[in-house]
Design a binder for this molecule. Structure first.
Ligand SMILES: O=C(O)CCC(=O)C(=O)O
Ligand SMILES: [Fe+2]
Length: 465
C-alpha cells in the first residue's frame, strides 16, 4: 500500500466514525469487470472495491497461470475426474445435499472424494438425476489437508487476509476452501461468516450469483422475521408471507465464467447456482476494511442470544430445574465453517446450551460461540495476534530501515500502519464494551488495556510515516 492510499483509507474511516462499512446505498446496477492484470494495481482494487465494499469480477487472465486450471480441467473445459481421483481420491470431504433444508442451509455429511467423484460421474451419466439427489462438495480445506502446492497463487488483491494469517500463525486451521458440484447444485441465501469478504475463482464451469447490498435483506424477511432460504422461491411473491418484499430492489445478477474471480464484499447477502459442472476455490477473509463489520456482527449476535435467553427464561416457570439438569454443550473451538444455526433458531437447543441461569453473560457468550464460532475473548485473541505481528513489523522497519519477509508484510509499512490504526479503533470499542468488561482478562498477556495503549502510541508515531 502506498502513502496516498493509506491517507485515503484513513480519511474514509474517519468519516465513518466507527460505523461498519456498508455497500453502495443502492445497488450499482451491474458488477464491474476488470479485464487486464497489467493495468489494475492493488491500490486500484483497494480504492474502488475493497474500501467502498462493492463487488467486482476479475477476468480469466488473472488466473491464467494457476496449476489447477491446467491440471484439474480437461482440454474441453470439463472437470478432469481422473486427475482429481488420482491426486486427492483418499481425501475426506464435506458434501451438502442440495435437496434438503436444515435451518437455512443444506445438511452436510462427510465422504471420500473418490466416492463423491463416482457419485458425480454417475449423476451426469443419468442425465443429472440420481436417487441420492443433488450433492455439492463444499468447504473442503484442500490447503489444510493436502499439499496444495502449484494449485493456485494468491492474488495480491486478496493478500491482506487476517483470518488465514491468524490460523496459519496458530497452525490449526484455515478459511481456504474448494467447492465442486454438478450443474444444479447451489448455495442458499446467506452472508458470509463473521461478515468476512470472500473471493471465488471458477476453475471450470459457470456460476450465477444473486447479490443484495447490506441492509436490503431486511426487506426479504418473512412475517416472522426469518430470512429466506431460497430468494428465487415463488413464496417470496406472497405479500402475506413476505410483507416487505416490494421494498427490496431486484438482485444484482452476475454470471461468473470459467477462470473468472468474483470479489464478494462484506455483509452482502448472496445466493449462488452452478449453471454447469463447476469447480471453484473460495476463501473467506477479514482485514482492516471489514474488521468493524465483524465486531458489529459479533455484538449483534450476542445481543440476539441474550434476548432469546432472557425471553426463554421468562416463559419457563421451571427454569431453575432445567438449568440444573442442563449440561454445558461441549463447545468446539473457533472452527472455520462451523457456524451453526443463528440465534433466531436456537430455541430447541437452549436446554443444552444454557448452562447456568445465574450468569446470563456466561451462557450468552457460550451460546454465541456455539452459534457463531467465536466469542468476545477469542475475538480479542485474534486482534492481539494480528496486532503483535504488525507491531513487530513496524519495529523491525525502525531498527533496520526496511521491512523484510513475514506473513502480512508483503503490502509494506503503510499497510501495517493502516492495520494498526484499524485494530486500535476496534479494540477501543471492545475494551469499552460492558460484556467484554465482565470477561476475566486477568490472565491475558498483554492485558487488553495495555495492548490498546501500546497501539495508540504506535498510531501516533506512525502518523508521519
Ligand atoms: O459457490 C458457491 O456455491 C458459494 C460461494 C459463496 O457463497 C462465497 O464464496 O461466498
Ligand atoms: Fe458466501
Amino acid at each position: 500500500m502506498d502513502r496516498e492510499t493509506r491517507a485515503f483509507a484513513e480519511s474514509h474511516f474517519r468519516r465513518l466514525r466507527g460505523q461498519p462499512a456498508g455497500g453502495a446505498g443502492a445497488p450499482p446496477g451491474r458488477v464491474d469487470f476488470i479485464a487486464s492484470p497489467t493495468s489494475f494495481s492493488y491500490a486500484d482494487f483497494f480504492r474502488r472495491y475493497l474500501l467502498p465494499n462493492v463487488p467486482c469480477v476479475f477476468s480469466r487472465a488473472f488466473t491464467e497461470g494457476w496449476g489447477c486450471r491446467r491440471r484439474w480441467v480437461t482440454p474441453g473445459g470439463r472437470p478432469d475426474f481422473q486427475h482429481l481421483l488420482r491426486t486427492y481420491g483418499d481425501a475426506v470431504v464435506p458434501v451438502a445435499d442440495c435437496g434438503r433444508q436444515e435451518y437455512n442451509a443444506h445438511p452436510k455429511e462427510h465422504m471420500l472424494l473418490r466416492d463423491y467423484l463416482r457419485y458425480w460421474t454417475e449423476h451426469i451419466e443419468s442425465g443429472y438425476s440420481s436417487p441420492r439427489g443433488c450433492l455439492y462438495l463444499k468447504d473442503w480445506h484442500l490447503c489444510r489437508d493436502s499439499s496444495a502446492e502449484d494449485v493456485f497463487t494468491l492474488p495480491v488483491y486478496f493478500s491482506s487476509d487476517w483470518l488465514n494469517e491468524y490460523w496459519d500463525a496458530l497452525d490449526v486451521d484455515d478459511y481456504r476452501f474448494v467447492y465442486m458440484g454438478p450443474a444444479g447444485s447451489w448455495s442458499p441465501f446467506h452472508a458470509d461468516i463473521f461478515r468476512s469478504f470472500s473471493w471465488s475463482a471458477n476453475i471450470c464451469g459457470r456460476k450465477k450469483w444473486l447479490f443484495f447490498p447490506p441492509g436490503q435483506e431486511e426487506a426479504l424477511r418473512d412475517r416472522h422475521g426469518g430470512l429466506p432460504y431460497d430468494v428465487t422461491s415463488p413464496a417470496l411473491l406472497d405479500s402475506r408471507l413476505y410483507p416487505r418484499r416490494g421494498l427490496c430492489s431486484p438482485a444484482l445478477e452476475l454470471t461468473q465464467e470459467a477462470g473468472e474471480m468474483v470479489f464478494v464484499p462484506s455483509g452482502w447477502h448472496h445466493q449462488v447456482h452452478n449453471l454447469e459442472d463447476t469447480i471453484s476455490i473460495n476463501h473467506n477473509w477479514v482485514n482492516g476494511c471489514n474488521l468493524a463489520n465483524m465486531w458489529h456482527f459479533l455484538q449483534q449476535e450476542l445481543r440476539a442470544v441474550q434476548q432469546e435467553v432472557s425471553q426463554w427464561k421468562e416463559t419457563m416457570p421451571d427454569w431453575h430445574r432445567h438449568c440444573q439438569a442442563a449440561r454445558l454443550r461441549p463447545v468446539s473451538s473457533w472452527l472455520p465453517g462451523s457456524s451453526g444455526p443463528c440465534p433466531s433458531s436456537i430455541d430447541p437447543r437452549l436446554e443444552l446450551w444454557a448452562s447456568c441461569d445465574s450468569q446470563l453473560l456466561l451462557s450468552g457468550q457460550v451460546i454465541m460461540r456455539s452459534c457463531t464460532g467465536i466469542n468476545f475473548e477469542e475475538f480479542y485473541h485474534f486482534l492481539k495476534v494480528i496486532a503483535e505481528r504488525r507491531l513487530l513489523l513496524l519495529a523491525e522497519r525502525t531498527d533496520s530501515g526496511a521491512v523484510e519477509g513475514g506473513a502480512g508484510s508483503g503490502l509494506g509499512p503503510h499497510q501495517a500502519a493502516f492495520d494498526v490504526s484499524r485494530i486500535t479503533e476496534v479494540l477501543a470499542s471492545v475494551v469499552a464494551h460492558p460484556d467484554f468488561q465482565k470477561v476475566d482478562t486477568g490472565m491475558f498477556s498483554p492485558r487488553p488495556e495495555e495492548l490498546l495503549q501500546q497501539l495508540e502510541e504506535v498510531v501516533a508515531s506512525t502518523a508521519s510515516l
